[in-house]
Design a protein around this ligand. Sequence first.
Ligand code: GLY
Length: 358
Amino acid sequence: MKVLKLNGKQNTSQIIIGNGVFKQAAEFLCGIYTDQNSPSAILIITDSNVAGIYLQYLEDNLAELDIPVYHHVIPAGEEYKNLETISSIYDTLADSRFGRDDMIIALGGGVTGDTAGFAAATYMRGARHLMQIPTTLLSQVDSSVGGKTGVDLPQGKNMVGAFRQPDLVLIDPQVLCTLPGDVFRAGLAEVIKYGCIWDPEILDMVSGENITAGLENLIERCVSIKIKIVEEDETEKGLRRILNFGHTIGHGIEKLGDFAEYSHGEAVSIGMVSAIKLGESLGITKKGNYSKLKAILHSCGLPTELTYSVEDIYKAILLDKKKQGDSLNFIFINDIGKALVKKIPVAELLIMMKVLGD
Ligand code: GLY
């Protein structure tokens, strides 16, 4: 088991990674509070998929704390990551008379973590206690750590949100054994992202024979990188942007497929090879990385081919309402492990992207 710390501007996250730590949730939770600041009630927020597998188990585990434990189940799926869901969570919190010192636990994947995190960041101007228990590989290596919370608007993804570091993140690789294969593979895309932007050895680890045997180490490696990046740039003014490697084209692809054709991880997989192909054509990325990454992603069962036209992807990228002004920050790599951010005028982007259609 590993205990890591992320020092944010407003609070510190304790991140516990280890096989079996989920079974000790109550114990770890007690460990981070004193008598003066302990919560007097807990709300577990989970989705309709995870509820059937882990909710009862967590509730039984927390029963030993001898405080009321409530739950709120949200419908599973990105389409429910919206203000309506947030409003239903506020209702449960208010109806159950939750105060600012009480605790919210997010039990689930990225959508649950982002939604519950945003409710915690805003209910009563910010609930004091937030714990993340991520149950997908993607949320274990990325979204549960670093304090990004938020929901989508009809105009675009993650348009409303807040930075709020959780007090505790409990990452148990064993809970991944119930994940469907495609959901696990989608998480590998984010793991591979860390290899591309920071740590080439991660690519050797995912290319190895038995990923599951080394999963705890692999997750710890990714989370340690994320901690370094977030501690340097918590609110994404600079360095943190490199975590969006593969995401500009990836988000365009997700949008074109109505968030159903490709999962986030699959879209990021295609986005990463595309960014490398672009980088090689512009002389930014060392030649050979495109075929190397493509082979690794294939071996992990992830897609790498564009199935939409370059023009459609370009238009979908431009529809992103978060894009400001006439340029966007595009993440390239010079070589595996070395990322860089380049401001690209949107007028040049389509010309640059033509190479992706070849
Ligand atoms: N998922 C990217 C970030 O946390 O910045």
